[in-house]
Design a protein around this ligand. Sequence first.
Ligand code: TYD
Length: 231
Amino acid sequence: MAEATVKRTGGGRGRFITFEGGEGSGKSTQIKALAQRLEAAKLRTIVTREPGGSPGAEIIRHLVLSGMGKLLGADAETLLFAAARDDHVRNVIEPALNQGIWVLCDRFSDSTRAYQGRLGNVPPEVLNAMERVTIGDLKPDLTIILDVPVEIGLCRAAARRGIGAPDRFEAEDVGFHRDLREAYRQIAADEPQRCVLIDATPDPATVAASVWAVLHDRLLTTPAGNAVNSA
Ligand code: TYD
């Protein structure tokens, strides 16, 4: 499990790893920790986020998080997330993967499934159609879903925010965040080959060790148990 056992996997396409979870689940802390570990293992890595991650998508991020999307209604808000994703995938994610770079993305299409689908009642056929346009065949190689009880997550988000105003989704009520947690647990149960649910209640170092163990087993080790070496 130590970094020393990880051999360079350069040469081929990079790996696409997404992080998902409710408010205050600790995604950004964990992504940062994982990026450092991958860099230490000599794997070229970038960290990006949604909504946003490319100049065009960051403009849309500003719009949706300001609450403008909510005024337009769930379908139109979903279109805004899709437009941002389209720009991000074409200009940042795909080019990086094609250069052999590992991409760590804070939220991706599961966020749309959970927030707009389960909570916004946007029908699956609409989401499927948008995914066909925005991401096509691009599926994450691994999705880490950080799971934390709603009360703890909201407390963490409030502490991080300080005196700043909650954004569009942080401002929703506790029932919304409970449903959101269920939506993510369901996604993890439905797609176990891609998704892993990790308990994000412990301290950050403990959660980081769990994330690394999963990543190592799924993406850095061959079925025979050897570290990958595709260089
Ligand atoms: P952000 O400040 O990045 O929050 P977090 O730290 O929780 O990731 O805000 C992004 C918000 O946008 C978050 O509340 C989830 C929401 N969102 C959607 O509703 N649909 C989506 O497709 C994406 C990517 C995000």
